[in-house]
Design a protein around this ligand. Sequence first.
Ligand SMILES: NC(=O)C1=CN([C@@H]2O[C@H](COP(=O)(O)OP(=O)(O)OC[C@H]3O[C@@H](n4cnc5c(N)ncnc54)[C@H](OP(=O)(O)O)[C@@H]3O)[C@@H](O)[C@H]2O)C=CC1
Ligand SMILES: O=C1O[C@H](COP(=O)(O)O)[C@@H](O)[C@H](O)[C@H]1O
Length: 499
Amino acid sequence: MTQHTRSGSSERTDIDLALFGALGDLSRRKLFPALFHLDREGLLDEDCRILGLARQDISVDEFKAQIEGALKKYVKPDELVEVALTRFMNRLSFLSVDFKTVDGYAGVREWRETADHERPLVVYLAVGASLYGDICRYLQESGSLDEESRVVVEKPIGYDLESSKVINDAIGEVFPESRVYRIDHYLGKETVQNLIALRFANPLFGTQWNQNHISHVEVTVAEKVGIEGRWGYFDEAGQLRDMVQNHLLQLVCLIAMDPPANLDADAIRDEKVKVLKALKPFTDDMIGRDVVRGQYTAGTSDGQSAPGYLEEDDANVSSHTETFVAMKTEVANWRWAGVPFYLRTGKRMPEKLSQIIIHFRQQPHYIFDPDQRALAANKLIIRLQPDEGMRLEVLTKDSGLDKGMRLRRGPLQLDFNSAFPQVRIPDAYERLLLEVMKGQQYLFVRRDEVEHAWKWCDDLIAAWKDRNEPPRRYPAGSWGPVASIAMITQDGRSWYEDY
Ligand SMILES: NC(=O)C1=CN([C@@H]2O[C@H](COP(=O)(O)OP(=O)(O)OC[C@H]3O[C@@H](n4cnc5c(N)ncnc54)[C@H](OP(=O)(O)O)[C@@H]3O)[C@@H](O)[C@H]2O)C=CC1
Ligand SMILES: O=C1O[C@H](COP(=O)(O)O)[C@@H](O)[C@H](O)[C@H]1O
């Protein structure tokens, strides 16, 4: 099958997919539903085959039953069309393998040999990053790869800069960078992509997008969930490694980067790297004043009582791992000098909400009612989830004979669901899987991006370690520690609350 691409050229999407970790959480919850949706919408090549690999020693029928169960759980009933489900199930095969020994890998080569025509293999590693090197090496040693094979790897790549280098080196022994697809699923979200369109297709914003016109930027990625049974992983990581090193810094890159020369992967990634390199390093002073680490205590979520982090299953009761981070940072370059970027992300917050707020500067000379001065700045709200859309807050004259020149703040709004009611907004993984199949890397993270992001986070983590302070507490169901509010208030600002 061919697809219409960004550049208008056509590319093959007929691939075979080998999914390592096929019975894990990510595969069940995100990857199989995404593949199913692609198939349902006619975007999988009719010959595309999917090989699930996992440790469990089960038959292919048992594997299919488990995947069907996952689809029933995670795909809306009206979208789980019978004919599409049958077609999808027919694509599946299964191999039980211990990924740490080469023995089972011949099965991948043999499975490939049963294809009726040659096509590239996409290897998706939905497993912990410590397995990436072994899997790549054994796939190569078993003769399962060819010159077109691609590998998709999940975040986080490693635990810090050093460990990420070891992992990336091991992947690089087998796959050249042009065939490595590092997932950051935030790059597949509809509104995140729209950020590129908004900034670079609209002269209105293109000309205003700098420190002359923007006073500050806010990024909030709030999660309602807690640890969801992932204590072992999360307690080692913490919110900085889990969310900031990747998702939030990628958002900062897309907000702050200079216009790329074109939409080619490296043109975009070159610009993103420049932003990461320009992130202001933290000094000790800044860490005390501009960074807040938090950990949730017992509270409520959706009206139900919710345990604190230290009371979750498998918890180590003396853990100081942060489940919340707020910080003020800056992209120290000509475009952004002096513009604070306030970032915050946390688990067990009152709602799931990801949004970017661009606060424009006020007019240099203000002529309206002094009491209304606080209103007098445009804001662009870019809503990633839920209710994807964008809203520009503008000021107009309040209507009515008695209102004089009173101002009213009103929205110019684009709500994607109402603007495009016939179009289902795809999950990020659908888009990303499709781009891998097409061999397009522009939505994937290059090795140097990962490394610059780690370097910046490592410095902060090292400083936290030196300070050895416990995280500040916040009750589950709140917007984080009080100190995170004070952090922004000290600059005479507040977190945007018009949710
Ligand atoms: N879950 C999520 O929401 C997200 C996950 N990620 C990343 O995706 C990757 C997968 O995460 P997740 O699905 O949560 O992890 P899980 O632990 O749920 O799944 C991993 C799967 O790999 C299997 N596995 C582990 N070791 C071996 C081995 N030696 N041989 C064979 N099979 C093995 C496990 O099998 P078994 O059950 O038998 O141990 C399990 O089914 C990780 O890198 C994670 O950081 C990234 C973003 C979000
Ligand atoms: O990568 C991760 O992302 C999820 C949040 O993703 P979202 O698309 O639901 O916003 C987070 O819960 C998880 O801890 C992290 O590993």
